[in-house]
Design a protein around this ligand. Structure first.
Ligand code: SAM
Length: 243
């Protein structure tokens, strides 16, 4: 999968993705992350890419020309019109289902704004998806695009050592994941739940499912409305409601 990031701060992208799981995925050629410096397409010798907003007001606005030309360089390189995600607090809030959907693409472009944002005309011309990472305002689109690249990459087959881990974890079926434990089996007097040491896989699975239901009920009850619940799950919820 190829990620192209249009940005004024390319090192923020390349430095971050070179670590840990994304770094290994790049080395193994499972994903490719290219940061394209919008300033290289400024078209003037000072490298100016922003200007005052028409109509007045605070801050600067990124001009349409450099953004458009940097996007066109990708379109020409890959020979097709890719999906272009504009990172914006005005977009649809990113979630795991969107990550799964984006993971099906072969090429994905992220457009990172800065200052007060980007001239609306070029957004109308090239953007296919407006995505936010939450209801707060950041200084630029680089961190949001890194969040998306990270979440999408780990769904690309082969990126995680064990692809099954993405299937059971939080949000995969509108439930939060059960609590996890590792060695030592006793820490500061606190013991690992004995069932996890029993070696009985059926019992462990049942316990984990129950923990997952309890955790979702306590922390994210909104998710439970969309989850597919079996008889035992419903029983667990009934007893939680009585408490
Ligand atoms: N003036 C804009 C507004 O009120 O909608 C905010 C601009 S923000 C200071 C600068 C850039 O940061 C945006 O163009 C966008 O690319 C990025 N950004 C800020 N917050 C974001 C969020 N929650 N999700 C995604 N991108 C965000």
């Amino acid at each position: 999968m190829n990620f192209y990031v249009l940005t004024l701060f390319p090192e923020m992208i390349t430095d971050t993705v070179s670590h840990s799981i994304t770094g290994r995925a790049i080395e193994k050629n499972l994903i490719n992350v290219e940061a394209i410096n919008i300033r290289d397409f400024a078209g003037n010798k000072h490298g100016q890419v922003d200007d005052y907003p028409y109509g007045g007001g605070a801050g600067m606005v990124m001009q349409p020309g450099p953004v458009y030309r940097s996007y066109k360089s990708i379109e020409e390189k890959i020979g097709k019109k890719p999906r272009v995600v504009y990172m914006t607090p005005q977009g649809k809030t990113f979630n795991q289902n969107m990550a799964k959907e984006f993971a099906k693409e072969e090429d994905l472009v992220f457009l990172c704004g800065h200052y007060e944002g980007i001239d609306e005309r070029v957004l109308e011309m090239i953007v296919t998806d407006n995505v936010s990472i939450g209801d707060y305002v950041l200084t630029g689109g680089e961190l949001p695009s890194l969040v998306m690249i990270d979440a999408i990459s780990r769904l690309v087959p082969g990126v995680l050592n064990n692809d099954a881990s993405a299937e059971t974890e939080s949000f995969s079926d509108n439930l939060l994941e059960y609590p996890q434990y590792t060695r030592p089996n006793e820490f500061e007097g606190k013991k690992v739940p004995p069932i996890l040491l029993s070696g009985d896989h059926a019992k462990v699975d049942k316990w984990r499912r129950e923990q997952s239901i309890i955790r979702t009920y306590e922390r994210r009850p909104d998710l439970l409305e969309k989850a597919e619940l079996n008889k035992d799950d419903k029983k667990t919820i009934m007893s939680l409601k009585k408490q």
